[in-house]
Design a protein around this ligand. Structure first.
Ligand code: ZN
Length: 255
């Protein structure tokens, strides 16, 4: 069976600029996420970082990626618009896209949502309780009714996103906020999952339950293998109907 090709992309900034964060993630956040996925023999996992040529998101890498996982926080602006557009196009063409934590403000996600994607936040070591509110969803596979993270960054509604196709998780924080923590979207042929936890100062991505969510999301977001519909061109009728004179007129917009 052909393996699902996963690329774990990370801006890799905090781990290189802060000793405190480097201690939490000595192999980088991407390294910890990749390690969790490497336990699954169905997956072929590689990592990419912002410092690589073309930000690690060259055409060949993207064309050989079934599911792209994205972690970023400080360096969103370092992604050139043309690379953000390249990622967006690949998602529309069927690549799965899993956006983690502060990745909600990255250029490709904002483009795909069409909204600004901001939220409230507070770094205050509060407890997060992530409730599974769609237990029948594939991303909830094997999970308990809730996941409790003893300390995380707090995010709060409103989260400026379009209404998701499904919300799998809702988080409650001990400071009082709630947040749609697991949101699914379809865009074009592609599937997108936003998952909230994973602030760089906490060892969240070593947890088995969080790793399970990310792996479940990979299996959900992989390309469906469904048909490639004919788009944007004249097609003759499948049934025997009369062809009107204007039916093959050129509908291409003019400048
Ligand atoms: Zn954060």
């Amino acid at each position: 069976m052909e393996k699902i090709k996963v690329t774990v992309w990370n801006e890799y900034y905090h781990e290189c600029t802060s000793e405190k964060i480097a201690k939490v993630y000595p192999k980088g956040i991407h390294g910890a996420i990749a390690e969790g996925l490497e336990a699954y023999p169905e997956l072929e996992v590689r990592t990419a970082t912002l410092d690589m040529p073309e930000c690690g998101l060259d055409e060949e890498t993207l064309n050989n990626t079934d599911v792209l996982i994205w972690w970023a926080h400080k360096r969103h602006a370092a992604i050139p618009d043309e690379i953000a557009e390249r990622v967006q196009k690949r998602v529309l063409d069927g690549m799965g896209f899993i956006v983690l934590h502060s990745g909600h403000l990255c250029k490709p996600f904002v483009r795909l949502m069409g909204t600004v994607c901001r939220s409230k936040w507070r770094e205050n070591n509060e407890k997060e309780r992530i409730w599974v509110i769609e237990p029948g969803h594939p991303i909830a596979h094997g999970l308990p009714e809730y996941i409790e993270l003893p300390q995380e960054e707090t995010y709060g509604e409103r989260f400026e996103i379009p209404a998701p196709d499904s919300v799998v998780f809702v988080s409650w924080f001990s400071g009082g906020e709630v947040f749609r923590s697991g949101c699914c979207f379809h865009r074009g042929m592609g599937k997108i999952f936003y998952f909230r936890p994973g602030h760089e100062a906490y060892p969240t991505y070593y947890r088995q339950d969080i790793r399970q969510v990310i792996a479940n999301a990979v299996f959900w977001a992989k390309p469906s293998g469904g048909p490639r519909p004919t788009l944007g061109k004249f097609v003759p009728p499948l049934e025997q109907v009369e062809i009107a004179d204007h039916s093959d007129e050129d509908h291409t917009p003019v400048a």
